[in-house]
Design a protein around this ligand. Sequence first.
Ligand code: HSE
Length: 309
Amino acid sequence: MKKVNILATASVANLVCGFDVLGMALADPADRMTMSLTDSPGITITHEDSYGLPLDPEKNVAGVALLALVEELKEKVGFHVTVNKLIKPGSGLGSSAASAAGAVAGANVLLGNRFSNEDLVRFAMMGEKLASGVKHADNIAPGLYGGITLVRSILPLDIVRLSFPPLYVTVVHPQIEVKTSDARQILRNQVQLKDAIRQWGNIAGLVTGFLQKDYALIGRSLEDVIVEPVRSILIPGFVDVKQRCMAAGALGGGISGSGPSIFMLSIEERTALKVEQEMKEIYSALGIEFRTYVTRICDKGIKVTEADS
Ligand code: HSE
């Protein structure tokens, strides 16, 4: 293939209790990218959106991920990438991860699938490092592996794809920007043992709930006593959204990644739609612009298909 189309899915990192280790790919929204091999080496980037993201590959999340891939290839190749971002940067929906993981997934197909998924995660993490100052794979892994993933370790990489029962995901994105780097800086460096115990009980419970398709256990485990109490102050309406969505029948939910988006899981579509209505009412009353999505977990993750050259 000489040219590919890439649908780079959004993702919800942390899944409430699993800071930096759990994540899930969403069917919607997704960035649209095209990528082609060029005759001369080097990486060129064009944006079709209006976010004004850097074009210099060294300063662009997709660019640095591709530079890491090319370095390992030890062969002179060039790529041209066109990006149309439909996942707004700073939304908490894995926008930087979609660009970085989408680019390396596309490059891999153009190169005849020479790299493993694990390699691609390693390259794409360079994009996350550029975006937030820290390598984390909880948005990248679900994009590249699909569905829900556990990043047990990043050094060495140990990623486990989890099975999960049918679920609907409702997301509200209040139109304020929260930079992941800022949302990480406000976190405390130390946690109390009692909080750590509660948190790892919840992570184990959530993973078990997904694997055993136990909705009640999933709901009980969607609790975060470490990160949410600090970060939620950055999100107007957060407490209300949680309370009213749970009252409307959601299993549970919380901050999507580093925010400001909030996600809720529901068993049935009609509940997911009721949850969306609650979210709409809350942000309309607050006078804050917002965007909502009612979507599913994307089982396949990032999609790469041949494009007409
Ligand atoms: N785990 C990361 C964080 C995800 O919460 O900072 C960022 O999208």
